[in-house]
Design a protein around this ligand. Structure first.
Ligand SMILES: Cc1cc2nc3c(=O)[nH]c(=O)nc-3n(C[C@H](O)[C@H](O)[C@H](O)COP(=O)(O)O)c2cc1C
Length: 204
């Protein structure tokens, strides 16, 4: 893999504030990007996410006021609402199924299940644990979009309860973690500002 191209892609990605609402993402490209979300790592392999892809303009328009009226919401091609599972990961049938996919001896499976049960019993918030995993998926979604020349914007600026209401979510099962808008930029991106490498990396 060409490192220079990969680094260029990291620079190409930016929080796009305005998308060209005439340009739609091709369905194969969209699938490629969403696969990067689906194939993301998650704690204990619980795949804590659900990707709701909003393509309907009327629904985007309904969501925009609940998302700090940000223009990305209505100008993007696809609005990916990433919800965090708040029930399945603590339900035995679900996690037994998830662990059961692995090729391991029954005794080993029981040990895993014990460790997992103790872990989730100690969690302060299933929502925040699941949401953390959703952020990993979001990062992959944005990186892979960028690799194929598609712009994105991660969006945390929204009123969670309002968004959940508009989407008619059963919040005992899933709650919004964050939103990723995808599409094509209208304006040139501004200069990337980052702290210097040596300030953020320490080798010991
Ligand atoms: C979790 C998260 C939430 C964000 N929420 C918003 C948002 O609601 N609206 C927005 O315009 N940008 C949002 N951003 C974009 C950041 O402001 C942006 O990534 C940061 O300033 C660095 O700029 P760059 O991504 O263009 O390099 C968010 C970024 C992250 C990681």
């Amino acid at each position: 893999m060409d490192r220079q191209l990969l680094t260029q892609s990291l620079h190409f990605r930016h929080a796009c504030k305005l998308f060209d609402n005439e340009r739609k993402i091709d369905s194969d490209d969209l699938r490629f990007i969403l696969e990067a979300g689906r194939l993301s790592p998650s704690s204990f392999g619980m795949e804590h996410w659900h990707f709701i892809v909003v393509q309907d303009q009327d629904l985007k328009a309904l969501l925009r006021p609940a998302c700090w009226d940000q223009p990305q919401i209505t100008t993007c091609s696809d609005l990916v609402i990433i919800t965090a599972k708040v029930d399945d990961p603590v339900r035995r049938p679900y996690y037994e199924k998830m662990f059961g996919r692995r090729d391991m001896a029954p005794q080993m499976l029981e040990r895993y299940l014990d460790i997992y049960q103790n872990y989730v019993n100690d969690l302060h918030s299933i929502y925040s644990w699941s949401a953390k995993q959703c952020y990993i998926a979001a990062a992959n979604i944005m990186s892979y979009a960028s690799l194929i020349g598609i712009d994105s914007c991660p969006i945390e600026g929204f009123e969670k309860e309002k968004v959940e209401k508009i989407l008619l979510l059963n919040t005992t099962k899933e709650q919004v973690a964050l939103i990723v808008a995808l599409g094509y930029r209208v304006n040139e991106q501004s200069e990337k500002m980052r702290l210097p490498f040596d300030e953020v990396v320490t080798f010991r």
